[in-house]
Design a protein around this ligand. Sequence first.
Ligand SMILES: Nc1ncnc2c1ncn2[C@@H]1O[C@H](COP(=O)(O)OP(=O)(O)OP(=O)(O)O)[C@@H](O)[C@H]1O
Ligand SMILES: [Mg+2]
Length: 262
Amino acid sequence: MSAQSSIVEMQNIKKYFGAVRALRGVDLTLHRGEVLGLVGDNAAGKSTLMKVLSGAYSPDEGQILIEGARAHIANPDDSRRQGIEMVYQDFALANNLDVASNVFLGREVVRWQLGPLRIMNKRAMEDLARDLVARLKIDIESVRLKVENLSGGQRQAVAIGRATAFDAKVIIMDEPTAALSVAAISKVLDLVRELKAHGCSIIIISHRLEDIHAVCDRVIVLRQGRKVADRPVIGDIHEFREQIVAYMVGAKDDFATEMDQP
Ligand SMILES: Nc1ncnc2c1ncn2[C@@H]1O[C@H](COP(=O)(O)OP(=O)(O)OP(=O)(O)O)[C@@H](O)[C@H]1O
Ligand SMILES: [Mg+2]
């Protein structure tokens, strides 16, 4: 049964912004331990779909099942409690803080809590951040470095590391390799493989089809708010690119119904 091997099931998700039909009834299944690619042209609805899963947006229609049970995700905290973490397109890191503080941003390790007075345990945070950096083989000399002094690739790694720091079962990455050097891209892709080896299930949004081809087990293509393809990643990169582009531009559609015709 699909509900048993699936960790996330999004069913018939609809999201409208005024007249813009950003999502027009999308189904998405993520299997346990799988890396799923989510692709499509600009404005296809990729970020919106993942923001629905991460609780940043509430869908107008549809439901979400986590490990087969109906989940109520009304905000990012609900989603996080279900073990879902999203790495946003713009990282959302605090540049003036160091790596350790960023890993724990918003959920610092509290030594004592006395009413509103919280004393953070800096040492414990640094130790945990150091373990995380080592475990994920992230290439950063010290967790005391300020994020503003890191390279783009290192920042991306911190953003991903941060998302994985609290036993997330599902990690969503929105354009994790955009604006990175070739060397930094390959490190981020290694990090994805490392997370998969640690048992995480991962969804990656990307315009870089070679990255999707390199790390994903399956790919979903969105076009104008609808799913038009859902298939395993097979074949060489040239074949793969040719097929995916055909879906992206509307030349192919595996889910067309009469209702979808203009
Ligand atoms: N908060 C919002 N308010 C109004 N419209 C929005 C909002 N968020 C998204 N949209 C619209 O929904 C549609 C889908 O946007 P979305 O960001 O999901 O696309 P995307 O596939 O992630 O594109 P890109 O590849 O450019 O990141 C677009 O037409 C966008 O303008
Ligand atoms: Mg987007």
